[in-house]
Ligand binder design. Structure first.
Ligand code: ZN
Length: 396
C-alpha cells in the first residue's frame, strides 16, 4: 500500500512534465524482452529522428534516446515486472531546461512493449495499476464445489478449486433414504471442514489481505461463515457474505460486482471514524492528536504517531534558495513553488519532499497511514487542517 502511494506520487510528478515539442519519450519494456532488441530499436528511432523538422525537437529527441541507450547499457536483464523508461528535456524549476530520465520498475508485471514520443509522458498503463491496490480473499461455495480466489483490484486469481462429491438431496422417503440423507449431511459437513482448512492455510500466508468475502448460491455460505470452519483470525476479516447465482468463475465475477460497493463503503467508513476520532481529541485537548506539517513531523520523529492522515495529492516541500535577480534568501515550507517579492525566480539550493519524509518516518515507526480522498467530506475537512494530521499513541 505504501509503496503504491509512493509510486502514485512519482506518477503525479511525471504527469506534470511537458516538453516544448513532441520530444518526451516513454518506453515500456515487458519482462523477458532482450535488452539488445530494445537497444537496436532505440538506434533505429534515433536515426529516424534525424528527419524531425524542428531543430530543437530533433536535438532533444536524439539526446533523450542517447540517454536511454546509456541507461540500457547498464542493465543486463529486464526486471521481473518489466521496466519503464521516461526521458526528455523539461523546463527546470526557476527557469531553463534540463534532461531528465526516470526508470520505473512497476509494482505489477507489464505486458506491453511500447515506444511513445509526445509532448508529455505516456503514463496510462502505470496509472491503471494504481487502481489495483487492495487484496481480498474470496471463498465461493455451495454443497458441491468451492473456489478459493484472490481479488486484486478488479482482477482475480483462482488459487484452489474443491469438489465435494456430495449428491443432491434425495426425494424418495423411507428408512434407508433417511440413513442415506444422514450420510450426505455428514459428507456436506466434511466438505465445509475441508474448505475451511484449505482457505485458512492459503489466506494465513497472505497477511496483506484486507478482508475476506464469502459468497455462493443457497444457504451453505452462511453455514460456513457461522460455523467454526475458518481460522478465527480470518473470520474477523470477513467483510461481506453475498449471494450469487453461480459458483466457479462466473460466480466470482458476480460476487465482485456485488461486493465492490460494500468495500468502498467500508473504507470510507473506516476513514470517517478515524477522522472523527482525530477531531474529538483536538476538541477535547487531550494531546492525542496533532496537525500541520511541523507538528506532525515532530510527533513522527518522537515515534508518537499511531495513525497518519494525509490528503490525497498533498504537496509540501522544504525549499531553500536565493533569488536570481536580487539575491534575497528564501527558505521555508511551501505548498507551491515560491517566488521572490521582486518577482525574480528562485535558484534552488535545497529541496525536500516533506510528504515523502513523513511517510518514511511513519513506516519506520510502525504508524498506520490513511490517505483521504479529496472527494469525501473528511478529505475536504482534513485540508482545513493543512492536509496532514495525526492521532497519537501517547500525548507528546
Ligand atoms: Zn528577488
Amino acid at each position: 500500500m505504501i509503496d503504491l502511494y509512493r509510486f502514485k506520487r512519482e506518477l503525479e510528478d511525471l504527469e506534470k512534465k511537458r516538453g516544448r515539442g513532441t520530444e518526451l519519450i516513454s518506453v515500456y519494456i515487458p519482462p523477458g524482452r532482450p535488452i539488445s532488441e530494445v537497444m537496436s530499436h532505440m538506434r533505429q528511432e534515433q536515426s529516424s529522428a534525424s528527419n524531425i523538422k524542428s531543430k530543437s525537437t530533433r536535438k532533444n529527441v536524439i539526446s533523450a534516446l542517447e540517454v536511454i541507450m546509456q541507461r540500457l547499457k547498464l542493465i543486463r536483464k529486464v526486471p521481473e515486472n518489466g521496466l519503464v523508461i521516461f526521458a526528455g528535456v523539461v523546463p527546470k524549476n526557476g527557469g531553463g531546461e534540463k534532461m531528465e530520465t526516470h526508470l520505473i520498475v512497476p509494482p505489477e508485471p507489464i505486458n506491453l512493449y511500447l515506444y511513445h514520443c509526445d509532448s508529455k509522458f505516456y503514463l496510462e498503463p502505470l496509472k491503471e495499476m494504481l487502481k489495483e491496490k487492495e487484496v481480498y480473499g474470496i471463498i465461493l461455495l455451495d454443497r458441491r464445489e468451492a473456489t478459493i480466489a484472490l481479488l486484486k483490484g478488479k482482477r482475480f486469481e483462482v488459487l484452489k478449486r474443491l469438489t465435494s462429491g456430495v449428491p443432491g438431496k434425495i426425494k424418495a422417503g423411507g428408512q434407508s433414504s433417511r440413513r442415506f440423507q444422514r450420510l450426505i449431511e455428514q459428507a456436506a459437513y466434511e466438505f465445509l471442514v475441508r474448505i475451511g482448512e484449505h482457505s485458512s492455510r492459503i489466506f494465513m500466508e497472505i497477511p496483506e489481505i484486507k478482508g475476506i468475502i464469502i459468497g455462493g448460491p443457497g444457504p451453505t455460505k452462511e453455514k460456513f461463515f457461522e460455523g467454526d470452519f475458518l481460522h478465527h483470525e480470518l473470520k474477523k476479516k470477513v467483510v461481506a457474505v453475498v449471494d450469487t447465482g453461480y459458483t466457479g468463475e462466473d460466480g466470482i465475477r458476480e460476487l465482485i460486482d456485488r461486493a465492490t460497493g460494500k468495500l468502498q463503503e467500508l473504507s470510507i467508513v473506516k476513514q470517517r471514524k478515524l477522522f472523527q476520532r482525530f477531531l474529538k481529541e483536538v476538541v477535547k485537548g487531550t494531546g492525542l492528536a496533532t496537525y500541520g506539517v511541523r507538528e506532525v513531523m515532530d510527533a513522527l520523529e518522537k515515534g508518537l504517531v499511531d495513525t497518519l492522515l494525509i490528503s490525497e495529492g498533498l504537496e509540501i516541500k522544504f525549499i531553500r534558495g536565493k533569488c536570481d535577480s536580487c539575491n534575497e534568501k528564501i527558505e521555508g515550507i511551501f505548498m507551491e513553488s515560491p517566488k521572490c517579492k521582486c518577482g525574480g525566480n528562485l535558484n534552488i539550493e535545497e529541496e525536500r519532499d516533506l510528504v515523502e519524509e513523513m511517510i518514511e518516518k511513519a513506516e519506520a515507526t510502525g504508524a498506520e497511514i490513511e490517505v483521504l480522498p479529496e472527494d469525501t467530506e473528511e478529505g475536504a475537512q482534513l485540508k482545513n487542517f493543512g492536509g496532514v494530521a495525526a492521532i497519537l499513541r501517547f500525548a507528546g
